[in-house]
Design a protein. Sequence first.
Length: 218
Amino acid sequence: MSFFGTVGGLAKNRTFKPRGAKNDNSTRAYQLKKYAEQTLGSGNLRDAVLLPEGEDLNEWLAVNTVDFFNQINMLYGCVTEFCTPQECPVMCAGPRFEYHWQDGVRYKKPTKMSAPEYVDNLMNWVQGMLDDEALFPSKIGVPFPKTFPATVKSIVRRLFRVYAHLYNHHFAQLCALSIEAHLNTSFAHFLFFVDEFKLVEKKELAPLAELNASILSR
Ligand code: ZN
């Protein structure tokens, strides 16, 4: 545990385990994940997000959502010593976009909080959904619930905010750590994905509008 990681006691428990695609190479999710990695290796992110022929859309949405969750977890984990309640007292993406947390359980109303507290709530909330077999079935033959596309939309809409916070408030630190290329690749992949399947409304993506336009016009 780093010294900074203990500030305010908020960022210390960043122990989200990478989840999903069980490491059993016989599962559908594992095969799809392998396929996605190979396609990504080809360097064309726009093609990499396309639904593979004959594949189930929900399965594809699930594999990619888990993957983005793990990537964001890793990327945000690199700046937890900088993203403190002192440095980032409010969860925002630049001066014009502020986010208040609401999950209907612990926070019934939109609640203003520091960025590390917000991200902690967000990642725990997503992890809870990914671990819920009724929402995110991982066993072969278990059908996806009707609500699955809506669940994915609500997850990626909120995951975007972590990218937006990283770009607006921690980009220099990510550059200093030489991981900005990972952020750029991860975000471009994410953006092509949400664009392909129309998962996030344009107004939600506004904090990174210029970057988005330049990525999508590639
Ligand atoms: Zn921050």
